[in-house]
Design a protein around this ligand. Structure first.
Ligand SMILES: Cc1cc2nc3c(=O)[nH]c(=O)nc-3n(C[C@H](O)[C@H](O)[C@H](O)COP(=O)(O)O)c2cc1C
Length: 241
C-alpha cells in the first residue's frame, strides 16, 4: 500500500467534492447506460466493507417486460390503497418531532422544486407514483437481502448502496434510492418470482441526469455537525458501585 500523505486543508473540499456533489436524481435523459458501465459501477459498490466480509445483498436489474409488469403492478397496488407488510422497519414510530421536521423539510424541498402546492394531493400522488416507474431511469434495480440478516447486514448493504451512488455521481451519472418499493415487498417478490426469504430493501434508479428537469433542483440540507458528532474525553462522574 502506498504511503498516503494527508491532504492539505485547502485541497480537502476538492478531494471530497464527489461526496458533497451527490444528490438524489429523479429525472433522467433517454441516454443509454451500457451494461459494461453498469458492471463497473456495481464493482465499485461491491468494494464496500462488510462485517466479516459477508457482502450481503443482491442488486437485481429489472428491464423489459419484467420492469413494465412490476411498475404496473406496484402502481395498481398504490392506487388501490393496498397496504402490505414491510420486510423491515425503517422510520421510528411514532416519529419524534425533530425527525418529523427533517422529513417535512425534505418533502418541501421536493415538492417546492416541482411547484406542487401543499394541498395539491393529486400532484403529490403523481410524484409518488413516479417512484414505482423508477423515475423512468434507463436502469432500474431492486435491492434485496437474505431474510436471515439482521440490522448489521442492512448496514453493510447501505454502504454498498452509497458506493454505487457515489460511483455514479463521480462519472456524471445520477441515481436515487427508492425505499417506497419496500412498502410493497410481496408484490415485488410475486412479480419477479423471488423466494420468500429474499427481503426487499429498496429500488434504485440510475442514469444520466436531466439537467433541465425542475425535480432535479431539489436541494436538501444536513443537520449541524454537533447534533450527530460528540466527543467523550474523560470519564463520566463516578456512579455508586
Ligand atoms: C434508503 C433510501 C431510500 C430512499 N427512498 C426514496 C424514495 O422512495 N423516493 C424518493 O423520492 N427518494 C428517496 N430517497 C432519497 C432521499 O429522499 C434523499 O436521499 C434525501 O432526501 C437526501 O437528499 P439527497 O439524496 O439529494 O442528498 C431515499 C434515500 C435512501 C438512502
Amino acid at each position: 500500500m502506498k504511503n498516503a500523505e494527508p491532504v492539505a486543508s485547502h485541497d480537502l473540499s476538492a478531494a471530497l467534492g464527489f461526496l458533497h456533489d451527490r444528490r438524489s436524481v429523479r429525472a433522467y435523459t433517454a441516454r443509454d447506460v451500457p451494461q459494461a458501465l453498469l458492471a463497473q459501477l456495481l464493482c465499485a459498490a461491491r468494494a464496500a466493507p462488510s462485517g466479516a466480509n459477508l457482502q450481503p445483498g443482491r442488486f437485481i436489474q429489472v428491464s423489459g417486460t419484467a420492469r413494465e409488469t412490476l411498475s404496473n403492478a406496484l402502481i395498481h397496488r398504490v392506487r388501490g390503497g393496498h397496504e402490505e407488510r414491510e420486510d423491515y422497519g425503517y422510520f421510528p414510530r411514532p416519529m419524534p418531532m425533530l425527525l418529523r421536521k427533517r422529513q417535512v423539510a425534505a418533502a418541501q424541498a421536493l415538492y417546492g422544486a416541482l411547484g406542487i402546492a401543499r394541498g395539491d394531493e393529486a400532484g403529490r400522488a403523481a410524484q409518488f407514483e413516479r417512484n414505482y416507474r423508477f423515475f423512468d431511469a434507463p436502469v432500474a434495480l431492486v435491492v434485496t437481502i437474505d431474510a436471515a440478516f439482521g440490522a448489521g447486514g442492512y448496514m453493510d448493504l447501505g454502504m454498498a448502496l452509497h458506493g454505487l451512488q457515489l460511483a455514479a455521481s463521480a462519472v456524471g451519472m445520477g441515481s436515487c434510492a427508492i425505499g417506497a418499493l419496500a412498502s410493497h415487498a410481496d408484490t415485488v417478490r410475486r412479480v419477479l418470482d423471488l423466494p420468500e426469504d429474499q427481503h426487499i430493501v429498496c429500488g434504485v434508479a440510475l442514469g444520466w441526469p436531466d439537467g433541465d428537469a425542475p425535480v432535479n433542483q431539489t436541494f436538501t440540507e444536513r443537520a449541524p455537525l454537533h447534533t450527530w458528532f460528540d466527543v467523550r474525553d474523560g470519564l463520566p462522574p463516578a456512579s455508586p458501585e
